[in-house]
Design a protein around this ligand. Structure first.
Ligand SMILES: [Zn+2]
Length: 383
C-alpha cells in the first residue's frame, strides 16, 4: 500500500476534463502514480498526507509533443546574426549534425538531461523527443537510444534534412531501409520535415509509410516556411499531428477539420525567427484541434518554456488563456494519442502543476515569470 496524498486548498482546478470542467476550492487525491479522487475541498476523503496549496490554481502537467533535445553544439551566433537581419533557412541543421556526430554519449546524455530538467521546471511532465541530428545509421540509432532513456515518446526523424554531399535518392533509401530498421526498436513515432529545402511530398510519403509499416505512428513537420503538401499528407496517413501549420491553404484547414490529426502550433519558433505567427483563432473557429508545443531545438527556437508558448498563443495568436492551457495539456496529449496524461481525472497519471497564482490566466498575464510553485509527476512532487 502506497500512502495517499490529498492536495487541498486548490483555489481553481482547471481539469481539462470535459466531464469535470473547472472546479473552485477543489482537492485532488493521489495514490501511487495515479489520481484517485477529484472534487470540492469540502468533501475530500481521508488521505495519509495532506498538502494545502493555499488557494493557488492547479492545471495538468504540460504535455510537450514536439522537441528536439538530442544534440551538441551551440548556435547562439546564428541566432545573433538572424536578429541582425539574416533569414532562417533549414540548412542550419547541418551545423548541429557535425557537433552531434562528434559528441560522446555522455555529452549528449548530459545535454538531454539538462533540457529535460528545464522542461520539468517549466511544468512539462510529458515530452516527446526526436532524433534528426545524426543523419546516419549509427548516430540516428544512438540518438533514439539516448532519447528513450528520458522519455517513452521518441520520434525517428532521420528525414530532417539531406546531409551535405549526399545523393537525395540514396539518402531517402537509407532512411526507409537500414536506418529505420536500426531506429524503430527505440522509437514510437516517425516524422519528416516536409518543406521546401528538406523533403518533398513523395519523399515524405515514402518515409511515413515505411515508418508506419515498421509499427510507428506518424507525425509531420508541415507548413513552417510556406504552404506545402505536408498537412494534407499528414491527414492522408492519419498522422497524430501536423506540426508548425504557420502557412496553410484553405484545403489544408478543411482536411484538418475532417481528420483526427491535431495541428500543433509552435509559437516559440515564430518568436525566435521573427516570423509571422499561425492564426490559432481562425483554426479553432474552423473546428481544428490545436495543440501547443515548444519545438525546443538549437536552431529555430531554443526554449523549453511552455508557459511562454501559452503567453504568445494568447498575445499573438488570438487564443483565450483557457484555450491555450487546453492546447498545452489535453490537446498536447491528443497529439501524442495519449489518454493517461493532459487532464486531471480519476485513473489518470498524477501529473499536476501548482501555479503561484490564483488563476491559470496568470500564465499569459505574467509572461516570462516563473510561476511553478509545485510540479507533481506520476504522483511524486518533483519541484
Ligand atoms: Zn521541429
Amino acid at each position: 500500500m502506497t500512502p495517499t496524498t490529498a492536495l487541498t486548498g486548490i483555489g481553481l482546478l482547471a481539469t481539462q476534463d470535459p466531464a469535470l470542467g473547472e472546479i473552485s476550492d477543489a482537492a485532488v487525491v493521489i495514490d501511487g502514480a495515479s489520481i484517485v479522487w477529484v472534487g470540492p475541498s469540502a468533501s475530500v476523503p481521508a488521505a495519509d498526507e495532506r498538502v494545502d496549496v493555499g488557494g493557488r490554481a492547479v492545471v495538468p502537467g504540460f504535455v510537450d509533443s514536439h522537441a528536439h533535445l538530442v544534440f551538441a553544439g551551440d548556435r547562439s551566433a546564428e541566432f545573433e546574426a538572424r536578429m541582425a537581419g539574416k533569414p532562417y533557412a533549414a540548412g542550419g541543421i547541418r551545423t548541429t549534425v557535425e557537433a552531434t556526430r562528434a559528441a560522446s554519449d555522455s555529452v549528449l546524455r548530459a545535454n538531454l538531461g539538462r533540457l529535460s530538467a528545464e522542461l520539468l521546471r517549466a511544468g512539462v511532465t510529458t515530452f516527446e523527443c526526436k532524433s534528426g541530428y545524426g543523419l546516419d545509421v549509427a548516430n540516428e540509432e544512438r540518438s533514439l537510444r539516448l532519447a528513450r532513456e528520458a522519455t517513452a515518446e521518441t520520434t525517428f526523424l532521420g528525414a530532417h534534412v539531406v546531409p551535405p554531399d549526399t545523393d537525395r535518392c540514396a539518402y531517402v533509401d537509407l532512411v526507409v531501409g537500414p536506418m529505420l530498421t536500426a531506429c524503430a526498436p527505440h522509437a514510437r513515432w516517425v516524422d519528416v520535415f516536409c518543406e521546401r529545402g528538406a523533403f518533398d511530398a513523395s519523399e515524405s510519403r515514402a518515409v511515413l509509410l515505411a515508418g508506419i509499416a515498421a509499427g510507428l505512428g506518424a507525425r509531420v513537420h508541415a507548413g513552417q516556411l510556406g504552404v506545402g503538401p505536408g498537412v494534407q499528407l499528414a491527414v492522408e496517413v492519419d498522422a497524430a499531428s501536423a506540426d508548425h501549420c504557420t502557412y496553410l491553404s484553405a484545403g489544408d484547414v478543411d482536411a484538418l477539420v475532417h481528420s483526427d490529426t491535431v495541428a500543433t502550433l509552435l509559437p516559440l519558433v515564430e518568436f525566435s525567427t521573427r516570423s509571422p505567427y499561425p492564426d490559432a483563432r481562425f483554426l479553432l473557429d474552423a473546428g481544428v484541434q490545436v495543440a501547443l508545443a515548444t519545438d525546443c531545438n538549437p536552431g529555430s527556437g531554443f526554449s523549453t518554456s511552455m508557459p511562454l508558448a501559452i503567453a504568445l498563443a494568447v498575445r499573438e495568436m488570438g487564443m483565450t488563456p483557457a484555450e491555450a492551457v487546453r492546447a498545452a495539456t489535453a490537446t498536447g496529449a491528443k497529439a501524442l494519442r495519449r489518454e493517461d496524461v493532459g487532464r486531471i481525472a480519476v485513473g489518470l497519471s498524477a501529473d499536476l502543476v501548482v501555479l503561484d497564482a490564483p488563476s491559470y490566466v496568470h500564465l499569459a498575464y505574467r509572461p516570462g515569470v516563473p510561476l511553478m510553485y509545485q510540479v507533481w509527476q506520476r504522483g511524486q512532487r518533483v519541484i
